[in-house]
Design a protein around this ligand. Sequence first.
Ligand code: IVH
Length: 692
Amino acid sequence: MILDGLPTEPSDRVDALRSLIAHHNERYHVLDAPEIPDADYDRLVVELRRLESEYPELASESSPTQGVGAAPSSLFSPVTHQVPMMSLDNAFDDEEIHAWGLRLARALDREDVNDLRFSVEPKIDGVAMSVTYVGGIFSQAATRGDGVTGEDVTANVATIATVPMELDRTNGPVPEVLEIRGEVYLPTAAFESMNEHQRLVGAKEFANPRNAAAGSLRQKDPSVTATRPLAFLAYQIGRLEGVAPSSPFEVSSHRAALDALHHAGLPISPDIVSVVGLDAVIERGHELEAQRHDLAYDVDGVVIKLDDVELRSRAGSTSRAPRWALARKLPPEEQATTLVHIEVSIGRTGRATPYAVLKPVVVAGSTVTFATLHNQDQVVIKDVRPGETVIVRKAGDVIPEVVGPVLDPMKKRPSVWTFPTNCPTCDGPLVRLEGESDTYCVNLDCSAQRDQRLSHFASRSAMDIEGLGEKVVERLTAAGLVADVADLYELTAEQLSVLEGMGELSAANLLGAIDASRDQPLSRLLVGLGVRHLGPTGAKQVARAMGDLAAVRSAGGEELSSIEGIGPIIAESVTRFMANPTNGLVLDRLVALGLTTTEPGGGVASTREGPLTGRTVVVTGAVPSMTREEADAAVELAGGKATGSVSKKTFCVVVGDAPGASKVTKAEALGIPMVPAERFGELLVTGEIPTG
Ligand code: IVH
């Protein structure tokens, strides 16, 4: 616990808290290298506030509870905010929201706030930004800094695609000066792929999207920032000058202000809603919390704002935060805990993955005991050592991860963990090929690999055999009943009866589930076989195109790589798998054991002759008077192949009403011709791109 070890005498405790908070402010705001999870930081601040209100004589204007963030670093020129960028007061539960409602009612001299309108907004976990437009033209961007002085990051923010360089005037005149406040952030998906890239090149991963965004912004060279997929959402007007009469910016409510910003071309989160009364505020807050992991960005809370501009100024502000707004913090997705030890697990391909065994800790609502460390280099780069405290992060369905150590300068560090040289299961050598980040157990007879292959075969995305989880697989292989996937289909009730803990009923259920899996289509069988690089989508494409297992087994690399979505790497991996004699024997047995080896509807479209033979067409958006199925069927009737994803093999993209933005963007990027939906008929008849 972060508060352990602090002095107990109030004035010493306050001093210690202030210097700790100042230190962590600098780590977070200036150096972008926080040492403790946000939740622990909040605990320090809450404790300091508690003491300052209990012992008013200890209060001080220079206390970090009175300021916002930290003074700017010297890397960028300072910018003075003409309207200070304030912070928000926090609430940690619904009760504190009610208490805030009472305080607000008192400040407004009314009984309650139940008839007042509030804006409920996601509190995006990024970097607060002030962006100024003069005469409708982007002119300056500055960080919050200490709230009064920020850093000039204009050149870097100019590289962010969602920040317009000029305001849109088509919906009305724009103000002479418009300063907006918003958040620069890294979309979750972009964060994950950035870290995947960091792992591949053996570089240090970003701790979380906020850190990655802050680091990307704080680049001396804007061309580096330009390579980072940053985004921006505006949530507040800071300064407004020269508003023409009857301009959309002449507003008396926050809701109208957001609308005006939206109409001027500024991005506003679609997840902001406006409600009346605190009960509705609380309900919407819970809804946002439940949707937290479906949002395109990380959120660390919900911001509640009074809607009426006039009432806001009546409520006023304290030195650091407005009384008319509140941040309801959500349970943190990062926590500190002890790294007990590091172990290595062996996957079905033999890959050895180090993982942390942790002192159990609740993160984002679930208990985490294990967390991945990805590979040997990541353990070294993160420099986490058994026995120390580490930060664990778990965002949504993402596998829990160890972010890094929490170092105690007063303590000597334990020794560095070294990657084992031998497989923890079969004791065979662990091999790391030059230039690869992964280490493998290369013993094909390794029982860990074999068990993983079997569990993968039975898993939900493959043959979906209920009751055949890791534990049952281990018992089957340990008893010598099963060594490969074909053996599963030869199991008998008698054999199962010798297994400890396996009653007659569970044995019958298991055999029934195995038997039923014979009817799974070829695509699932291909997934189950665990061909390297071939995932569910690729397996479906291969199964659809080839139609049956025999065709897949005899296909050459060229034939496979001509399939939509299958590149040379997957094609080579499939041919290599099929050519392997051991795999061949298992496949022969699976066929003899009566497994389905065909794909419904597979191998048909490619053989039909027509104007579009050999051509792949993507339809996106609504085509007049046709359903999507009918449009796809029309392509197939004309001999073509209809798919849902654009690649360089796509012949053309038919664009209807409300098309998928990513498909259009991708087609543009790859230079794939686009055909308006009204000319779909011509395409079907001629097989050529309509022109003129
Ligand atoms: S309003 C006076 N709205 O939360 C009002 N802030 O301490 C000031 N944040 O880092 C902020 N989403 O950048 C507001 N919808 C939202 C927000 C938001 C994220 C951040 C803000 C600052 C912190 C407030």
